[in-house]
Structure formats: C-alpha cells, structure tokens
Design a protein around this ligand. Structure first.
Ligand code: BYC
Length: 332
C-alpha cells in the first residue's frame, strides 16, 4: 500500500521531455489552466486523481467525527450550525468526486479503492472526538489547517479542481469560525470548561500539524506536483504558516500550545516549533490509528446499506430508457 512512498517522483528536465510534455510544461509555467479534454501527461492525470480522490474521501470520512456529535450538541443553535457544517463536508466530497471524474475515473472506482484500503484519506480523521470541546478544536484547528492548505489550491493548474476549491474555501472559513466560537465559549467559561478546551488543544495540536503531510525531505510527490502547479506550496511552508496563524489565536483564548520548544524566531519571522511524531503519522497511515477500523467500517457499511437504493436508481433508469426506445419505435 505504501510502495508509492519508497521513491521520490523524479522531475524531468526540459531535455528529457517529449515535445508534447515540453509544450504542456510551458502552458503550466505561463499560469494557464488545464481543462479536462486537453492533452496532459499520464502522470499528471494520475497525480490529480490521487490527490483529488484522497481529498474527496477526506471530506466524506471527515463527516464522521463531527456527525457523531449532532445529537449531543449542547443547544439547538449549536446543533443547527454543526448540522450545516457536516452537510457542507458532504457537498465538498461531491464537488471533488465530480472534479476527479473529469479525469476519466468513476466515483465507484474511487470508492472501491477507499473501501479496500488502496486509497488514503486525511490522517486527522482517525482520531476520536471525545467531548464537545473536541468539536470546537476540530473546527478551529482541523478546518483552520484545511483552509491554509486549500486557499493556495484555488490557483492549482487543473481547472475543475481550482474552481471546486473556490467554493469549498468560502465554506471552510465559516467552519473554522464556528469552531473558534465554540473554543471561545469554553475557554471563557467555567474552569472545568476551560480545562476541557485545553485538553482538546493538547490532543488535536500535533495531529493537525500532520495534516500538511510529511516534512519536505520525506515528501515523495511535492517536487513534481509543484513543478506542475498541482501544489503551490510545500508541506513545511504551509505547516509554518498554520503555526504562525494559530499560536496568537491560542493566546487570545488563554490556552497553551502543548509545545515546550515553541518560540518566536525574529530572524525568520515565524515560530520555531516541535515536529509531530512522524512514526505515529506513518503508523496511522498504515491503518493503526485509534479510529481507522471504525471509520472505514462506517463507510463500507454506508455503501453496503445504500446498495438497494443504487440498484433501484439503475433499474428505474433502464426502465425509462426501454420505454423511450419502445415509444420511438412505435412512432416510426
Ligand atoms: N493524511 O508526498 P506527499 C478537510 C500521504 S479534508 C493521509 O507529501 P502529497 C476536512 C500522501 O497522500 C482535508 N495521507 O504527498 C474535511 C502520500 O501517499 P500516497 C484533506 C497523507 O500528495 C471534513 C504520502 O503521504 N485535504 O479539510 O504531495 C471536516 C507522501 O506525502 C497525509 C486535502 O486532501 C495526511 N495528512 O501531499 C473538516 C488537500 N499527508 O498518495 C475538514 C489536498 C500526506 O503516495 N491534498 N499523505 O499513497 C494535498 O494538499 C496533498 O495531497 C497533501 C500531501 C499535502 C495532503
């Protein structure tokens, strides 16, 4: 499953490219968008299917840790907000599956790969949401990290992906804000509530840093993806921006980022911070996180439970097509 991580994707020099590949790279370098029916290198198509597919799966699996709390939200207002957020995530998954389909892969194929463990989804969703403060931490940190990663993707080179990201980013901003609002309520509440908020930050800080992917030296796809402008920034660049943005937000809440080495570095104009435990990250990717089995099990069950509905839709479409064909023959 992790064979793709053994080697780094080699970026071809102009001399090694075919004339078609060179012309393609020149279009990318000029900042042109690539559209579905246009020529593209096979590896560009495959990289996009991998990234957009994994992104779509993350949105869908990402509904689970929060969906779990809809019935237990503390007020009617919080319930309505959370419900809207979780529905947005479903919508993001659908835009992204549609964007992936323009590359010649079907949604069924992508889902089959997810269900059989041949495609990934974001590591973050393999961590549990134990209490209401965790829902605040997810919105604040997880959606905050998602925005940091996804705002640059609005400028990604593949047209359908970049256009999907525009709408997704608008919605993610509301998600991040609602999470921070929960954190404010908890942090400025009773000592017990503040302790819950601190505990949620303690548990979600490092998994959120992992969302940006392995450090640049271990990122197998970054160099080629950046040459093709599929990715606009490296994993470490975005992680640094996230830390710099989030630390003052934690300070405002009166919470402590669980990193004793966290320190403002005047020279670089950013914080020095501790790396997450990368062994834990790769272990979660290998299927051994606290919730991997539960999350995948829930998705497979949802797929199987929905089989009767998909069958009914297909049967209806076939029946309608047969009727139309019969009435055409009768009219001739
Ligand atoms: N989790 O060479 P690298 C959301 C994999 S949803 C799992 O750096 P790349 C939300 C990577 O796939 C947020 N796997 O890869 C939803 C590769 O393995 P493969 C989802 C990870 O692709 C609901 C290997 O490690 N966002 O926000 O250049 C509620 C080597 O990595 C992770 C997106 O998907 C990870 N964290 O860079 C709330 C954004 N990191 O494929 C919120 C789009 C790395 O060779 N994706 N891997 O088997 C990206 O920007 C890039 O794909 C990544 C990774 C930065 C994630």
């Amino acid at each position: 499953m992790y064979a793709q991580m053994v080697t780094t994707d080699a970026v071809k020099s102009a001399g090694e490219m075919s004339p078609e590949e060179r012309a393609f790279q020149e279009r990318i370098d000029r900042g042109e968008r690539i559209e579905p029916k246009e020529w593209m290198p096979d590896a560009y198509r495959k990289t996009l299917i991998r990234q957009i597919g994994q992104h779509a799966h993350s949105e869908i699996v990402g509904q689970l840790p929060e969906g779990n709390w809809i019935t237990r939200a503390p007020t009617l207002e919080r319930k309505a907000i959370l419900l809207a957020k979780v529905q947005d995530e479903a919508g993001h998954g659908l835009y992204l599956y549609s964007a992936a389909e323009t590359l010649g892969v079907s949604r069924d194929e992508l889902l089959e790969k997810l269900h059989t463990g041949r495609m990934k989804y974001s590591s973050i969703f393999n961590y549990p949401t134990l209490n209401w403060a965790d829902i605040g931490a997810v919105g604040w940190l997880v959606d905050g990290a998602a925005i940091m990663n996804q705002v640059p993707l609005q400028k990604t080179s593949y047209g359908p992906y970049s256009r999907a990201m525009v709408r997704i980013c608008k919605e993610e901003s509301f998600h991040q804000r609602q999470g921070y609002d929960i954190m404010m309520k908890m942090s400025f509440g009773t000592p017990e509530q503040k302790a819950m908020a601190q505990d949620a930050l303690n548990r979600f800080w490092y998994p959120s840093l992992m969302m940006f992917g392995p450090s640049d030296k271990d990122s197998v796809h970054s160099a080629q993806s950046m040459a093709w402008k599929i990715k606009i920034n490296t994993n470490d660049e975005l992680r640094q921006k996230f830390v710099d943005q989030t630390v003052p937000q934690a300070e405002y809440l009166g919470l402590t980022v669980p990193d004793e080495h966290l320190k403002w570095n005047e020279e670089k104009g950013g914080y020095d911070y501790s790396q997450p435990d990368w062994d834990e990250f790769f272990d979660v990717l290998a299927g051994n996180g606290p919730c991997n089995k539960e999350r995948l099990g829930a998705r497979v069950k949802a797929w199987e439970d929905g089989a009767w509905f998909r069958d009914a839709l297909t049967a209806h479409a076939e029946k309608t097509a047969r009727r139309r064909a019969a009435s055409r023959v009768a009219a001739e």
